[in-house]
Ligand binder design. Structure first.
Ligand SMILES: *Cc1c(COP(=O)(O)O)cnc(C)c1O
Length: 395
């Protein structure tokens, strides 16, 4: 790996914010509240599985926190996306518009519906779907039919658009909703990374027909593994709950199920962990913001690297902080990653663009030049909230 002159200022900035000491992971979970007490109660009472008071309480708290009318808790974020797409009407043989720059789970959920990811470009300012480029692509590549737009090249229906709020930064939702309405394509939001992030004061995940959250171990708060679907639509929420609980009809002893469904319900023991974690979210968000501010200041003076700040009109949860090379280049990016990891700072790149993965190589796609530039320039930085209080965390 050839060295890069930017490695020295990168390491200096990381040390300024994080201090020297030992290996620094990218993102660690934190259990400082009622986690032990709530999980112990599940063990003491035997309510550990798919029924129990914490699941309902967790759903109530997610609805309250996001402002969505309904929340359905499920086993993980990918399962939540799968069911959200299904109840939004995505079926086998459809296409779903999705950024190439996202975690593989976003596209896997589309494939699990028997549908095909159709990759679209990202926006430099938000790192998420670019509504202007999306509209231009739809104009050029689709034709309108009574059932909605159809990909002119493949003949497949475009059933939904699945934006993702990357690293916690909200996408341009006003622009996206306008394009979605103009072309008649429903929006399902992948808000897996953006719990606590708002767009013009409203929580991400509540702008589309449905939104999805993840509580995986590396997210801002965790249930071990977990996810949720949020929506204002009572019928969709009921269908999502039904389909994630084996479509069982309520009865005191009979097992009657009225369709093929999934066993995707979040267990009570995970929900107990989640209730305790949600109590800690405001403090978590406050410290994440202070850490981001420390990084912003540390990189202000570094020529060639820019800190990724929240888009205008948004409040980001700063789940993962990032810097970008002002001149994108895979070799230089990889040299920075090598230098940081050699020094014990667990930095990582953005995801390999999904159209480069073998199972998605033949999927339809728009021009992806902005996403390619982001991929070749972005480096995520260690982002655990505890670093807000470390050396350099505050003057
Ligand atoms: C974490 C994540 C998911 C869901 O992941 P699970 O591990 O299944 O909870 C989906 N999309 C994105 C963008 C994510 O970061």
């Amino acid at each position: 790996m050839p060295p890069t002159p930017l490695a020295t200022p990168l390491l200096a900035a990381l040390r300024q914010v994080l201090g020297e000491g030992g290996p620094v992971p990218l993102h660690e979970p934190e259990f400082r509240g009622n986690e032990w007490a709530y999980v112990k109660e599940c063990l003491d009472t035997g309510w550990v599985s798919s029924v129990g008071k914490y699941v309902d309480e967790f759903e109530r708290r997610i609805a309250e926190l996001t402002g969505a009318r309904h929340a359905v808790a499920v086993v993980n974020g990918t399962a939540a996306l799968h069911v959200a797409l299904h109840v939004a009407g995505v079926r086998a043989g459809d296409e779903v518009l999705v950024p190439a720059l996202t975690f593989v789970g976003t596209a896997n959920a589309i494939a699990h519906c028997g549908a095909v990811p159709h990759f679209v470009d990202s926006c430099d300012a938000t790192l998420g779907v670019d509504p202007q480029r999306l509209a231009a692509h739809l104009q050029a590549a689709t034709r309108g039919t009574p059932e909605g737009p159809v990909n002119a090249a493949t003949g497949r229906r475009i059933a939904a658009v699945l934006p993702m709020h990357a690293f916690g930064h909200p996408v341009d939702l006003d622009g996206l909703l306008e394009v979605s309405a103009r072309f008649g394509i429903p929006v399902v939001e992948d808000a897996a990374e953006s719990l606590g992030s708002t767009y013009r004061g409203r929580h991400t995940g509540t702008f589309g027909l449905l939104g999805v959250l993840s509580f995986n171990g590396n997210k801002i708060v965790t249930t071990g593994g977990g996810g949720a679907i949020v929506t204002d639509d009572a019928a969709l929420a009921r269908e999502a709950k039904h389909l994630t609980t084996t479509a069982k009809l309520a009865h005191r002893w009979e097992f009657v199920h009225d369709e093929v469904a999934w066993n995707y319900r979040l267990p009570n023991i995970n929900a107990a962990l989640g209730c305790a974690q949600l109590e800690r979210l405001p403090d978590m968000l406050d410290r994440k913001r202070r850490l981001a501010e420390s990084y912003r200041r540390a990189f202000e003076a570094v020529a060639g690297l820019s800190f990724v700040g929240e888009p205008a009109g948004c409040r980001s949860n700063y789940w993962l902080n990032a810097v970008r090379l002002e001149r994108p280049g895979m070799a230089e990016r990889d040299a920075l990653l090598a230098a940081a990891n050699d020094a014990g700072f667990h930095c990582r790149p953005a995801w390999t663009l999904l159209h480069k993965l073998p199972m998605y190589a033949d999927c339809p796609r728009a021009d992806l030049s902005a996403a390619l530039a982001i991929e070749a320039s972005l480096v995520n930085l260690p982002s655990s909230a505890r670093h807000a209080d470390a050396k350099g965390g505050r003057p």
